[in-house]
Ligand binder design. Sequence first.
Ligand SMILES: Cc1cc2nc3c(=O)[nH]c(=O)nc-3n(C[C@H](O)[C@H](O)[C@H](O)COP(=O)(O)OP(=O)(O)OC[C@H]3O[C@@H](n4cnc5c(N)ncnc54)[C@H](O)[C@@H]3O)c2cc1C
Length: 422
Amino acid sequence: MNNNSADIIIIGAGASGLMAAYTAAKYSCAKVILLEKNNQIGKKLLITGKGRCNLTNNCSVDEFLNNVCTNRKFLMSAINSFSPQKTIAFFEELGLALKTERGKRVFPISDSARDVVQTLKNAIKKENISLRLNSNVVSVQHNTANTFSVKLETGEELYCNRLIIATGGKSYPQTGSTGSGFTFAKKLGHKLIAPHPSLVPIVTQESWCRELQGLSLRNVRLTLYKNQIKKPLFSEIGELLFTHFGLSGPLVLTASAFVGNSPPSEYKIAIDLKPGLENKQLNTRLVRDLAGNNKDLCNALKKLLPLRLVPIIIQLAQIDPRKKANQVTSLQRAQLIETIKNLTLTPQCLRGFNEAIITAGGINTNEVNPKTMESKLVAGLYFAGELLDLDALTGGFNLQIAFSTGYAAGLHCAQQYKNLTT
Ligand SMILES: Cc1cc2nc3c(=O)[nH]c(=O)nc-3n(C[C@H](O)[C@H](O)[C@H](O)COP(=O)(O)OP(=O)(O)OC[C@H]3O[C@@H](n4cnc5c(N)ncnc54)[C@H](O)[C@@H]3O)c2cc1C
């Protein structure tokens, strides 16, 4: 076999491609080539978890699947075969010490994503995988003899019997994930569910939001509704941030995953600024703060709400800001309570791929074998990671999806190679 051909080629040295390459080489003696367009592996991995890399979630398979937004059933087999606990054992056996934090989120003890990448780098080196950096794949072709040709930007052509496409989605394109895998998959006959940004900030219609730019709120409840449907799609307590375009922060990113493909304006966001107080308790508190207080209402609310929020709340409650606190009527108090407990915003759109933690949508999983990640349309072709129509919430679930699907694809390639050669 010459330098331009291999038994197995993997395109993309991100989380899923690295796992696929390692597994394929570890469980067979096949010649494996790993192609990466960047001059380094795992560029996106380096920025995960704010540079700390939340590499999985130490939960049961059932809990895991509850955090998957799209195609849970498809993932069952891959997650059962390579569970979060297997990911933990995998990294620890390779010498990376891990810790579990709040919400069962797993990080390296060093708090350094660089160590995760270095561990994977050492692993693929040990398995004698031929890693080719600066190798941007521009096209792939399925040949009549059941082989694949992979063409690089330089014009060089490589050949293989099994091809794993692990090129990621379209989010944070500066890391290398520009969606080229979608083009390759389409050319090979696969259908796409329109890729769209997810775990992404939300642009809101209300202009008052912009006045609060930079204000971060903790322990507030965000509830997301669709149209007139009473039952919320999402409701959780956490942290959010006002920005020049609308809303960001952990709660908002999670809520964005529940905004499907329908126009964002069909949704409503309600923020409860005081989720720990029932309406009645809040009323008692307001009566205490306002009665007998001859200061401006603005001043009287400073203890209850962040300073910058006070004039906005008074304005939205349609009360004159110069009104003295002790002159606020019971009706106006009710308006204040309604505004504080149910601050309503209308999404205008989601921010784009540049700011999205993940890409939802992607290769239609109906056309992929869930046990092996092999294409049902083209034998010998595999997909792994974020380019599949799979996505989950934050907490280490998306990297686990990349590892589990990468493992499934790599293992099946190894098994097929062994069947052919024995
Ligand atoms: C800011 C940020 C923070 C995140 N934090 C977390 C976290 O803490 N925990 C978590 O679980 N998830 C996190 N995620 C999501 C997670 O990083 C991804 O889901 C995961 O990296 C997907 O892995 P992948 O292998 O499918 O794709 P990628 O990691 O995107 O890797 C794809 C690779 O393919 C290469 N490539 C693409 N096209 C070509 C081509 N034509 N030729 C050659 N190479 C190509 C790319 O350069 C890239 O290296 C985060 C994402 C972002 C953006």
